[in-house]
Design a protein around this ligand. Structure first.
Ligand code: G16
Length: 557
């Protein structure tokens, strides 16, 4: 590092002092905390995003959001050049610079890291970082801190993409590195174009049997509602009604996290909506769940991420079986896609059974899109979803080019045949569904297209399988990091003896299953329980939560 670069870093970083007595961690999806604590962290992540761009010779992204958290929180995460999450081996560096006590130790850490990673700060290479933020009031000042962070690296440029959904920012990074136009209009054009293609390919009989056209969407009073309105107008769609589009308090009694965890009717919905197909986005529109209201009931029927995955898997399987029908086996071997589905321990046991029953390979990872995405990318077609509604479908580049070849062949030999339609549908899904990260808007359009394809109502979809009763709780403890888990978070290895106590509780219930893990986005330990009745699931979750509090001590202790 030359003197000029060192003084630039020392000068700008001295304007952003880290908060005292706070330990920051990159967590499940970047740094998250009360917004008032985050200025120096966002500044330092700006430096990291610029270094990542220099290292890879490609554009990176920086998103300011705390997604499902309360409005007073905020957060920051980095998008890698692929559009996916920051490579995990840079997370320790993120943690160390976020916690560096002053400018000189920060610069020392950066110097050591650029040396280790062989990043040329004194060369001619340039860096570019796309910046985005959600609608949180703290977002604009944090964005300024991010700009200063990027500006602390010589020849690095920050490009402000404005208020966007998290998946839009990830999509733009991916697009830019594929030499496509990284703009919102281009994002909408790709989504609406591929959605229209799927609708044109809906079998005639299905269109007439579909009865419930109206969809009501809860925008969580975040960025997603407004973006969905834009998409609606591009699609000329009159069947989607958007509520909670930004006039109320973000994520307060609304949104995908609230609906999925509490299973109650969100703000802005009432008895007039009974039976209608409804959906909820979260604060930055990277999660999607569906639901419907039942008569005389304040609880909802939840159609969660697991069921979205089941619907997607069924559709993909149907297209693959049509595509491979009557094919010469020696030729088709290269066309046979290896399809896999990825879940976490939160997946309802009934969903896993259902997916296995479909003959699918099911694999588990710890919580966090960064883990699921990486696993799904090992398949030709990898579908991943967390029960909370975060997920997407990944198509490998090799399989996409194979599909394109098949589509071209079929176009000339049997245009309009069932096989040709199946190939075209799969290609359209690959364009519609976000290949960078889970995206509530593209996921919603795909759900809508598939329901039309099958001619299904939300009620018919919900009947695919019946969820086992479950309950999720949060426990505030003195130090959540005292809990260490293994086996995709199903077993507690620290504190010693805690897992045995949990096992003893589980043994008291029929079909009981329960696990705990420290949240990576909130200062809590999460408890998940399943059993054969709702009362048992509630009782199991409550008794384990009490044990956790006893053993780990409450947060005020
Ligand atoms: C983020 C992650 C998700 C994860 C969720 C909760 O979602 O992207 O993969 O499931 O946090 O994580 P934890 O249980 O560790 O708090 P979001 O929508 O908040 O960005």
């Amino acid at each position: 590092m030359n003197d000029e670069q060192r003084s630039l870093l020392l000068e700008l970083s001295s304007r952003f002092s880290p908060p005292q007595g706070v330990k920051l961690s990159y967590g499940t999806a970047g740094f998250r905390a009360d917004a008032s604590l985050l200025e120096s962290t966002v500044y330092r992540v700006g430096i990291l995003a610029a270094l990542r761009s220099l290292k890879t010779g490609a554009v990176t992204g920086l998103m300011i959001t705390a997604s499902h958290n309360q409005i007073s929180d905020n957060g920051v995460k980095v998008a890698d050049p692929s559009g996916g999450m920051l490579t995990q081996h840079w997370e320790p560096f993120a943690d160390s610079i976020a916690n560096a006590p002053d400018s000189s130790s920060l610069v020392q850490l950066i110097e050591a890291f650029v040396k280790k990673e062989n990043i040329l700060l004194d060369g001619k290479d340039v860096a570019e970082v796309l910046l985005g933020r959600d609608t949180r009031p703290s977002g604009s000042s944090l964005l300024e801190a991010a700009k200063q962070g990027v500006a602390s690296i010589a020849r690095a440029t920050a490009v402000d993409m404005g208020v966007v959904t998290t998946p839009q920012l990830h999509w733009m990074v991916r697009a830019k590195n594929k030499c496509m136009e990284a703009s919102e209009p281009n994002y909408y054009a790709q989504l609406s174009g591929s959605f229209r293609c799927l609708l044109e390919l809906v079998p005639q009989g299905s269109l007439t049997s579909s009865t419930d056209d109206k969809l009501v969407v809860d925008g969580s009073d975040g960025v997603g509602g407004e973006k969905l309105e834009t998409l609606k107008s591009m699609l000329n769609d009159t069947t989607i009604e958007v509520r909670n589009s930004g006039n109320g308090v973000l994520n307060d009694g609304v949104g995908a996290d609230y609906v999925q965890k509490e299973k109650v009717v969100p703000r802005g919905f009432d008895t007039a909506d009974v039976g209608l197909r409804c959906a909820s986005l979260d604060g930055d529109a990277d999660r999607l769940v569906y639901f419907f209201l039942e008569p005389n009931n304040t609880r909802i029927q939840l159609v969660d991420g697991d069921k979205i995955m089941a619907l997607f898997a069924l559709f993909i399987q149907e297209q693959l079986s049509v595509l491979n029908k009557n094919e010469d086996l020696t030729v088709s071997r290269s066309h046979q896609a290896r399809i896999g589905v990825v879940q976490t321990a939160y997946a309802n046991g009934a969903s896993t059974q259902y997916l296995k029953h479909l003959g699918l390979e099911v694999v588990f990872t710890p919580t966090g899109v960064k883990h699921l995405h990486e696993k799904a990318a090992e398949f030709d077609i990898g579908i991943y979803f967390e029960a909370n509604g975060h997920g997407t479908i990944l198509f490998s580049e090799t399989y996409i080019s194979c599909l394109e070849d098949m589509n071209n062949d079929l176009q000339s030999t049997s245009r309009g045949s069932e096989r040709h339609k199946a190939a075209s549908r799969l290609l359209s899904v690959g364009k519609l569904i976000n290949q960078a990260v889970g995206d509530a808007l593209s996921g919603l359009l795909l759900v809508e297209a598939i329901l039309k394809h099958f001619g299904w109502s939300i009620h018919r979809w919900n009947e695919l399988y019946h969820d086992l009763p479950s309950r999720q709780l949060k426990v505030k403890v003195a130090d959540r990091y005292a809990v260490v888990t293994a086996n995709a978070e199903t077993v507690v290895v620290k504190p010693l003896g805690l897992q045995e106590v949990i096992d003893a509780e589980i043994a008291k219930y029929n079909h009981g299953r329960c696990f705990i893990r420290p949240s990576g986005t909130e200062d809590v330990v999460r408890v998940y329980a399943e059993a054969n009745t709702q009362e048992s699931a509630d009782a199991l979750a409550n008794s384990v939560a009490k044990l956790v509090e006893q053993i780990l001590g409450s947060s005020s202790a």
